[in-house]
Ligand binder design. Structure first.
Ligand code: HXC
Length: 259
């Protein structure tokens, strides 16, 4: 498929999605969101893709929802725009493969929200995060009020969402929004390095680890622990568990088969 607003590349098991509307700082037009949905669908059903890295072209990761579009929206149109973006971000969050956001620049509004639907956020030194929606008289509604408060706590989330302040990579790291800060020039390299490391691990274990964390976050501790037990028991039923443990005892590298 040829995309006009993003670049998709598959390289040795990693799908790279690069948002590519740099003149509008990769703002999430309908067209860009539609292509993002298509590429996420493709990634979901393509077994050769073991992990995904999302980044942006130019000086922005994504500077947010498209304000030139939203300016004319009434309430119902605003609602359906939110629903559409949320459905795509939910699919990213629930992809059964690890997803890393390589945040190269502005991750504002919907861009910060996109990054929060990824499993891990690696920030280049030039990254800037923020939820500036209140400047426009709206609230974050691509998941920001929910995912930001879950990631950093309600007090920090309210500070960011009420003030609309931008924060740099180091501050994002300090509050736990960014998980690692790396030199700007080696951002993609570092993201790939982390993904390649993850890809050497038991793939079923990584997948169930993701499910347990994501699903468990919305549950009581009791229910989450039960889910963890069930998924743990499923891991014990895999060939990869036998291989991983034997390899340890035989002092060699494990060769996982995803079975
Ligand atoms: C549409 C945008 C845009 C956006 C930037 N552009 N952000 N267009 N939607 N979110 C466009 C500008 O209009 C401009 O177009 C071009 O990109 C370059 O931007 P500049 O402002 O000239 O660049 P700069 O001076 O470097 O400032 C960068 C910036 C600023 C600080 C990131 O662009 C900015 O504040 N952007 C808006 C950020 C924002 O409010 N995001 C949240 C959106 S609401 P021209 O044609 O002039 O070159 C949101 C809510 C989601 O995401 C949920 C609700 C439905």
């Amino acid at each position: 498929t040829n995309y006009e607003n993003l670049i998709f590349e598959e390289k040795d098991g990693i799908g790279f999605i690069k948002m590519n509307r740099p003149k509008a700082l990769n703002a999430l037009s309908k067209e860009l969101l539609t292509e993002l949905q298509q590429v996420v669908e493709y990634v979901e059903k393509t077994p050769s893709i073991k992990g995904v890295i999302i980044t942006g072209e130019g000086k922005a990761f994504v500077a947010g929802a498209d304000i030139s579009l939203m300016v004319n929206y009434n309430s119902e149109e605003g609602r359906s725009y939110c629903k559409f973006a949320q459905s795509i971000f939910n699919r990213i969050e629930n992809l059964e493969k690890p997803v890393i956001a390589a945040v190269n620049g502005y991750a504002l509004g919907g861009g910060c929200e996109l990054s929060m639907s990824c499993d891990i956020r690696i920030a280049g030194e030039k990254a800037m995060f923020g939820q500036p929606e209140v400047n426009l008289g709206i609230i974050p509604c691509f998941g920001g009020t929910q995912r930001l408060s879950r990631l950093v706590g309600t007090g920090v989330a309210k500070t960011l969402i009420f003030t609309a302040d931008f924060i740099d990579a180091q501050e994002a790291y300090r509050i736990g929004l960014a998980n690692k800060v790396v030199p700007q020039d080696s951002l993609l390299e570092e993201a790939e390095k982390m993904m390649r490391k993850i890809m050497t691990k038991g793939p079923i274990a990584v997948k169930y680890g993701k499910v347990a964390i994501n699903k468990g976050y919305n549950m009581s501790l009791t229910d989450g622990l039960e889910l963890e037990t069930d998924l743990g028991a499923l891991c014990f039923a895999t060939e990869d568990k036998n291989e991983g443990m034997k390899a340890f005892l035989e002092k060699r590298e494990a060769k996982f088969s995803e079975k």
